[in-house]
Design a binder for this molecule. Structure first.
Ligand code: FES
Length: 309
């Protein structure tokens, strides 16, 4: 595309379009626009007129209307037709289902601020048509992304959708803004995310990876390596099971193993199990601390059974 010839007004107008596109997306968008311009110019100099024609005729909606509006361009029908009163668009107040509203907001976040208002209206209109004015489902929002968003934005938005779980992880944005995106800050980010959310669900780990650019495998390795991090929410009760040498040797009946098995095989989230080293009360081996109270093996097992039932 290096052989494109530009007039100064063409170059200036193209620069304005690029300024509207977010920096991270420019490299992906440029070749597509150059391709359109090359066809339109057919070897001639690219003027502002040619750039405007490209915007009006080659760009898909809603990008076309958004960029035209941001550049103050009028649609051809507005230029030639006498001013007539446009009937107001039918009011559409979406009834969002499930996570569809959050997905819609995430989709809009990817749109440059200057174009957001136009996109919002256009996208809502598409959703109104899809839902026939009824419930806007998660499937409709996903369909809109798949049908009208070009790559690589489509994959980026769909990836973001996969981060939306049952847990609100929006706090991660401000945590990353505070600490930055370098790998040496990862443990700080994980600690604060866990404090805010209560634990580190998979969607939080994925979001941290996507937003910092740190490999997901690295984020996962750090989150699972340190005992301070929890990948599951805390249970109602907290059980510390001693794995120290004295307890292990004195536990001939394998009570500690029974307790572990019991907790791990009971569905639900009533008890969080933590295996520790010597708890400092080896005379009651195998030592178990249930909600800060020390118990001895058999008695502890009965108490835990009750908690789990
Ligand atoms: S080894 Fe278990 S309390 Fe000391």
């Amino acid at each position: 595309m290096a052989d494109l010839k530009w007039s100064s007004d063409g170059k200036e107008m193209f620069g304005k379009i690029m300024a509207i596109v977010p920096e991270a997306m420019r490299d992906a968008v440029k070749p597509m626009l150059f391709g359109f311009l090359e066809k339109r110019a057919a070897g001639k100099t690219i003027t502002a007129e040619i750039v405007a024609a490209m915007v009006q005729n080659d760009l898909p909606e809603p990008q076309r209307t958004g960029i035209m509006q941001a550049l103050g361009m009028k649609k051809p029908e507005e230029q030639s037709a006498p001013a007539t009163e446009t009937p107001p668009a039918p009011a559409f107040t979406p009834q969002w289902q499930g996570k569809s509203e959050m997905m819609f907001s995430q989709m809009l976040e990817e749109v440059p601020e200057a174009l957001r208002g136009v996109f919002r209206g256009k996208l809502l209109e598409i959703l109104r048509q899809k839902s026939k004015g009824g419930l806007v489902t998660e499937t409709y929002v996903t369909e809109v992304v798949q049908e009208i968003v070009p790559e690589p934005f489509k994959s980026k938005i769909l990836k973001k959708f996969s981060e939306i779980g049952e847990v609100d992880i929006s706090v991660i944005d401000s945590i990353i803004a505070k600490h930055g995106t370098t790998q040496d800050k990862l443990t700080f980010i994980l600690h604060e995310a866990q404090e805010a959310i209560g634990y580190l669900p998979p969607e939080a780990l994925r979001a941290i990876s996507n937003k910092t650019g740190i490999y997901l495998s690295t984020v996962y390795n750090v989150a699972t390596f340190y005992k301070a991090f929890r990948l599951e929410p805390k249970g109602l009760h907290h059980v510390k099971l001693c794995g120290g040498t004295a307890c292990h040797l004195k536990d001939r009946e394998g009570i500690a193993q029974n307790i572990e098995h019991l907790i791990q095989n009971t569905p639900g989230n009533k008890v969080t199990l933590e295996k520790t080293l010597c708890l400092g009360c080896c005379d009651c081996a195998p030592a178990v601390v249930i909600d800060d109270e020390v118990s001895q093996g058999k008695e502890a097992k009965d108490r835990i059974k009750k908690l789990l039932s």
